[in-house]
Design a protein around this ligand. Structure first.
Ligand code: F6P
Length: 467
């Protein structure tokens, strides 16, 4: 039958009206990586049910089979809202101080990781290659090993990885972060993330081997850097044709001759949205000549609303936007338009292409695919300008962007002015090398690089050919 690629992630972009919508970068990237491969994608159905069906739901689509499990209300509370999003998420984003740890949530996390392993285990054939994604499922490799699976099993962390001192603030860090050594390969977005994790392992007694792996308690794990990317070619085409979308046309018309500054982020405290609004406010204070001539559109789908910190960030953002609009707006001009909904890929591509400036200013981000999508969507003859936080993984690759420290309000305000006033030649000179980089380093290359590193030398060719 040949090797199959088994992808495991919490959220699955299944072709099912009931499947959870995949606003986030992880599901979009995995979907693209599976394109043209034979495989199985295993994860949460997005459904909450008090008596979850003991058998997973199976959806057969062309070459990919989706296998989906339901979670109970308690599972969602303890595993997803609890340990994953109220503890691991802040810690991995360098905010150990924000974690809300409880033993109940930790045992919910262990329970759901075990349940995933129990339900996946009977589906795994000897030659399958298993690729687990993200912080929800760190223990899965260990659990599969405990059920006797000797397959190549890899893990990719889509978020940043904080330095060891912060990772160690997790009460069960040995059990959770330490269990990553049960994977054959752990992939990170940037060299900084990989080095942080390597230092964590060494601090726990691991030793580097000659082949670049780490040896720990009888296991060998390779660490690697694989910056996630986008379907560059497809995205460029989408953006070229997006002008036909009625919604894009409507927005352009509503702007009259105003220039467009765009932000697109899930509503999350790591994205630096309040700091960005304050920077836009500072820009309007410092540059009265731009008042009435520029519109900032912030598109912010809500996420993880059951987690306390997400409710707090929502009130903060709406309060700040009200303040700026009240202070600078007039009856004919609203400085900031704010929408809590998501748009289709095509419409979003059209907004990106129409935007003169994109503000991608997270306080900390694994990669940030909005930055890459924005660049791919530009007209190369007349491109817009990317203002990019130095704390997004993307800043390690997109050096010609206007790189800013999102905490420095004045610097972001001046970058907005610089971007709006940048001459065409400079815009082209900055955009061209970044676009070429994305044309070479697209999502297909990301998946291929990762999978060849995961398969050992002998297996590689056979694996890549047969998947
Ligand atoms: O790595 C984090 C991540 O998976 C992103 O790729 C994605 O944007 C986000 O989380 C989705 O979060 P959720 O599944 O909680 O909506």
């Amino acid at each position: 039958m040949g090797a199959r690629l088994i992808i495991v992630s919490n959220r699955v972009a299944a072709p099912d009206p009931k499947g959870t919508p995949s606003a986030g970068g992880m599901a979009v990237a995995v979907k693209a990586a599976l394109k043209n491969r034979r495989g199985l994608w295993f994860g949460w159905s997005g459904q909450v049910s008090e008596e979850p069906d003991p058998l997973p739901r199976v959806i057969d689509a062309k070459r990919v089979t989706y296998v989906l499990v339901d979670l109970s209300k308690n599972d969602v509370q303890e595993y997803y809202n609890g340990l994953a999003n109220s503890v691991l998420w802040p810690i991995l984003h360098y905010r150990g101080d924000m974690q809300e740890y409880s033993r109940a949530d930790a045992s919910g996390y262990l329970r759901v990781n075990r349940m995933f392993a129990d339900k996946l285990s009977p589906l795994v054939a000897e030659e399958d290659v298993i690729w687990v994604h993200d912080y929800h499922l760190m223990l899965l490799g260990h659990e599969l090993r405990a059920r006797g699976h000797r397959n190549r099993i890899g893990f990719f962390l889509h978020t940043p990885c904080a330095p060891p001192d912060i990772l160690q603030t997790l009460p069960l860090h040995e059990q959770i972060f330490g269990s990553l050594v049960h994977y054959d390969l752990v992939g990170f977005q940037t060299a900084n993330d990989r080095d942080n994790f390597a230092r964590y392992l060494v601090a726990r007694g691991a030793s580097p081997t000659r082949g670049g792996a780490y040896e720990f308690e009888g296991r060998q794990v390779k660490l690697g850097v694989f910056g996630v990317s986008i379907e560059t070619k497809t995205y460029m085409r989408l953006a070229r044709n997006a002008g036909r979308s009625a919604m894009v046309a409507l927005v352009k018309e509503s702007l009259s001759d105003n220039r467009l500054v765009l932000g697109v982020d899930r509503l999350d405290y790591t994205k630096g949205i309040p700091d960005r609004i304050k920077a836009f406010e500072r820009f309007l204070e410092d540059c009265p000549e731009w008042r009435g001539k520029v519109t900032f559109l912030q598109i912010t789908p809500k996420s993880r609303s059951d987690v306390k910190e997400y409710g707090e960030i929502e009130s903060e953002v709406t309060g700040l936007i009200g303040r700026v609009n009240g202070r600078f707006g007039d009856a004919a001009w609203t400085p900031i338009r704010y929408v809590n909904r998501s748009y289709s890929r095509t419409v979003l591509a059209g907004f990106y292409r129409a935007a003169d400036v994109a503000l991608v200013t997270p306080l900390r981000d694994g990669m940030n695919l909005v930055a890459k999508e924005y660049l791919a969507a530009q007209d190369p003859e007349n491109p817009g300008v990317l203002v990019l936080s130095e704390f997004a993984g993307a800043a390690r690759e997109l050096e010609q962007a206007l790189i800013v420290n999102p905490h420095e309000t004045d610097a972001v305000a001046s970058a907005i002015k610089h971007a709006l006033e940048m001459p065409l030649d400079e815009r082209r000179d900055r955009h061209a090398p970044m676009l070429s980089h994305l044309q070479v380093n697209d999502i297909t290359k990301w998946a291929e690089d990762y999978l060849s590193a995961l398969a050992d030398g002998r297996q590689t060719r056979r694996l890549l050919d047969s998947l």
